[in-house]
Design a protein around this ligand. Structure first.
Ligand SMILES: *[C@@H]1O[C@H](CO)[C@@H](O)[C@H](O)[C@H]1NC(C)=O
Ligand SMILES: *[C@@H]1O[C@H](CO)[C@@H](O)[C@H](O)[C@H]1NC(C)=O
Ligand SMILES: *[C@@H]1O[C@H](CO)[C@@H](O)[C@H](O)[C@H]1NC(C)=O
Length: 402
């Protein structure tokens, strides 16, 4: 499970981020102070382990087969795990195709999963890619490693093979894990599929799937569109990532394209936040991160949001803000302004997961502690259609879901 940014990615990102570097990886060696904390996702780890205890047997139904709608368009149906805590889809690797379940993540850029030579229990509990059985596999030889802020890690070697999502197929450098820490044993997906920019690849110079697909003209449009299902909205069904196209039937009005301010994560300016349309006088740089479950904003912004919710408490024992689970019936909204438009998240979605057996108190879907770089995770994306547009001036198209 990916709850934390990688320490390694951050170290590389610190070297790699440059303002206004529209082409190619800019590993210029300039150090730019990073605002993202390495442990930014761990403040809901306790909630996640409670969730795992609550649902010891997460029903991991076999994903529907991959299909392609048209040339240059790959649609990957998603499986919603638990109560919208994470999502995975199927990816084909090699020839003949071996299928792995990957968590599509705009907050990182590596593609990785276990290989057959990995003997740790975490690898054994997942699909293991057998490179010897793929006629298109090519050795790379470089070592690869990724470490997460919660102490989990994976390492191995890089290789390259044909990677196919919903019929869009490119030769891609992949991380083959030969070792995985025990934390991954419980994760429903086999690995990750990074949708971030190449500047935060763990190994410098590796191109992302989107880089390669765009260069190969394999996509109708240089976009990945995220439609995340939600248990509350549609029973957790029907979600999909679309590579190369936009499903205009899923949202209302027009997409608002918000320019990316820094290429690494999908970073944008959040110019305002509101509660029932009333400004909270808060703003920040932020990222839209499909690999983070919740919305994690600045300390004072989280306090300003919860001030409006009767019974909300910042509970050190639980490790974050809690709210009465009864707000699941609330009609209130929180707004985040981007590109001049306010995008709403229903306060009902803040009743994310009960923290007590009585089901009275819920862990809030909005948490604080991410000062300087807010993270709009799945709680935001499952209410707003997001199009990650990787043109030479990248942007994120956003519109409220129908
Ligand atoms: C798990 O999902 C499958 C397929 O959707 C369904 O047939 C089965 O009844 C589910 N099992 C449980 C325990 O919910
Ligand atoms: C969407 O954009 C089109 C073309 O610019 C415009 O005609 C239309 O009014 C817009 N629709 C909404 C709901 O803003
Ligand atoms: C907030 O503004 C929207 C759009 O103008 C409106 O539809 C909605 O009713 C407003 N909500 C509240 C609580 O005022």
């Amino acid at each position: 499970m990916k709850f934390t940014a990688t320490i390694l990615s951050l170290a590389i990102a610190a070297l790699a981020f440059t303002e206004a570097a529209p082409t190619g990886p800019a590993h210029s060696g300039h150090e730019i102070p990073l605002v993202r904390k390495e442990n930014h996702k761990k403040n809901f780890r306790s909630a996640m382990s409670k969730l795992a205890n609550r649902y010891p047997e997460l029903n991991l139904s076999v994903p529907r087969p991959i299909h392609s709608d048209a040339v240059g368009v790959g649609k990957v149906p998603l499986t919603d795990v638990g109560t919208d805590s994470e999502y995975y889809g199927s990816v084909s690797v090699g020839t003949p195709a071996q299928t792995v379940r990957l968590d599509f993540d705009t907050g990182s850029s590596d593609i990785w999963f276990p290989t057959t030579s990995c003997t740790t229990s975490a690898c054994k509990s997942h699909k293991q890619f057998n490179s010897a059985k793929s006629s298109t596999y090519k050795k790379d030889g470089r070592k690869w490693t990724i470490s997460y802020g919660d102490g989990s890690s994976a390492s191995g070697i890089l290789g390259s093979d044909m990677v196919s999502v919903g019929g869009v197929s490119v030769r891609q450098t992949i991380g083959l894990a030969t070792s995985e820490s025990s934390q991954f044993a419980q994760s429903p997906e086999d690995g990750l599929f990074g949708l971030g920019f190449d500047t935060i690849e763990s190994v410098q110079g590796v191109k992302t799937f989107m880089d390669n697909a765009i260069a190969a003209n394999a996509l109708k449009k240089p976009v990945v569109s995220a439609y995340l299902p939600s248990v509350r909205r549609n029973g957790g069904k029907g979600g999909a990532y679309i590579f190369g196209d936009i499903d205009t039937t899923k949202y209302t009005g027009n997409l608002t394209y918000v320019p990316v301010t820094r290429k690494g994560y999908w970073q944008i300016a959040i110019t305002g936040a509101s509660y029932n349309n009333k400004s909270l006088k808060q703003s920040s740089q932020g990222i839209i991160d499909t690999g983070t479950t919740l919305i994690i904003i600045g300390t004072s912004a989280a306090a300003a949001v919860h001030k409006n919710i009767k019974g909300a408490v910042n509970d050190a024992e639980v490790g974050g803000w809690t709210v009465p689970c009864s707000i699941a019936n609330s009609k209130d909204t929180i707004g985040f302004t981007m590109g001049g438009k306010s995008f709403k998240v229903p306060v009902a979605d803040l009743a994310w997961s009960p923290v007590d057996s009585a089901g009275k108190t819920c862990y809030s879907g909005v948490q604080g502690g991410q000062d300087g770089l807010w993270i709009l995770g799945d709680v935001f994306i499952k209410n707003n259609y997001c199009v990650f547009s990787q043109t030479s001036n990248p942007s994120i198209g956003i519109a409220p879901l129908k």
